[in-house]
Design a protein around this ligand. Structure first.
Ligand code: A3P
Length: 304
């Protein structure tokens, strides 16, 4: 499918600011919802690796790290295709003739690395049955919210976020695509010791990328030289990825993702929420947060 064709479909309004429809109480695009039976019965394979995140938690970053590990630090091999073609996004559904995540995944030879934003209860059961390895990345709520807000402004494939004030309320209520951040991070946290799940934090990755990449290497049972490890750290840094067209989503037509509204690689910094929330908004958010996360052993850092 050529980008021009995608643009035509976009202009025809085929997926411009899409309709939404819930799946078991979780907000999804209507396209995903209508294809849910097929998504739910997706057949995972034992050697699939799944990268699971709440939207805007550092998915693309983790995908690039994993790809670099799998290709022994060869950045040219990692530039073979766009992130979304290298790692099918299993539930993402587009109108035909565009390829959906399921089409891409089913056509991909093993071993596959796949991406999802599904909350844990909606993960196709074959991933559990096949005991697949899963890397889950979580990011603190306020930075996730800010990133998701700007992403929703620039990406015409997801619903319009409304005003900043409206968006804070929608996020708190879980009325955004893929549902509640609170339930998502907590749901995956609760499963992490029962399955082969490596649970990582965006803030830790930012603080010490080498340390976190070593955790991924161990989880994937891979070894690389110190030199290759340094290369992976460099190639997956925000500054380098920001200029990598195969990782920064700039190859999509601007009618789909408009980077002049807000670049996909926006700030890449923990604590940017302070530039967005007023003191009153932050206090109200924290009060609600404490209620929603009460009793949880899961804690986040909101700055590094
Ligand atoms: P910001 O909007 O805060 O800048 P996802 O890939 O899950 O959609 O997440 C996108 C967020 O991760 C964006 O956050 C983006 O800038 C950030 N990001 C992408 N690559 C990164 C990197 N190499 N280092 C740090 N942050 C990165």
């Amino acid at each position: 499918m050529s980008l021009e064709k995608m643009e035509d479909l976009q202009l025809e309004g085929k997926y411009l600011q899409p309709e939404t429809k819930e799946v078991n109480g979780i907000l999804m695009t209507k396209l995903i919802s209508d294809k849910w039976d097929q998504i739910w019965s997706f057949q995972a394979k034992p050697d699939d690796l799944l990268i699971a995140t709440y939207a805007k938690a550092g998915t693309t970053w983790t995908q690039e790290i994993v790809d670099m590990i799998q290709h022994d630090g060869d950045e040219l091999k990692c530039q073979r295709a766009n992130t979304y073609d290298r790692h099918p996004f299993i539930e993402w559904t587009l109108p035909p003739p565009l390829k959906s995540g399921l089409d891409l995944a089913n056509a991909m030879p093993s071993p596959r690395t796949l991406k999802t934003h599904l909350p844990v209860q909606l993960l196709p059961p074959s991933f559990w049955k096949e005991n697949c390895k899963i890397i889950y990345v979580a990011r603190n709520a306020k930075d996730c919210l800010v990133s998701y807000y700007h992403f929703s402004r620039m990406n015409k494939m997801v619903p319009d976020p409304g005003t900043w004030e409206e968006y804070i309320e929608a996020f708190k209520a879980g009325k955004v695509l893929w549902g509640s951040w609170y339930d998502h991070v907590q749901g995956w946290w609760d499963q992490k010791d029962k399955h082969r799940i490596l649970y990582l934090f965006y803030e830790d990755m930012k603080e010490d990328p080498k340390r976190e990449i070593r955790k991924i290497l161990k989880f994937l049972e891979k070894e690389v030289t110190e030199e290759v490890l340094d290369k992976i750290v460099y190639h997956t840094s925000f500054q380098v990825m920001k200029h990598n067209p195969m990782a920064n989503y700039t190859t999509l037509p601007s009618s789909i993702m408009d980077h002049s509204i807000s670049p996909f690689m926006r700030k890449g910094m923990p604590g940017d929420w302070k530039n967005h929330f007023t003191v009153a908004q932050s206090e109200a958010f924290d009060k609600d947060y404490r209620k929603k996360m009460a009793g949880s052993t899961l804690t986040f850092r909101t700055e590094v």
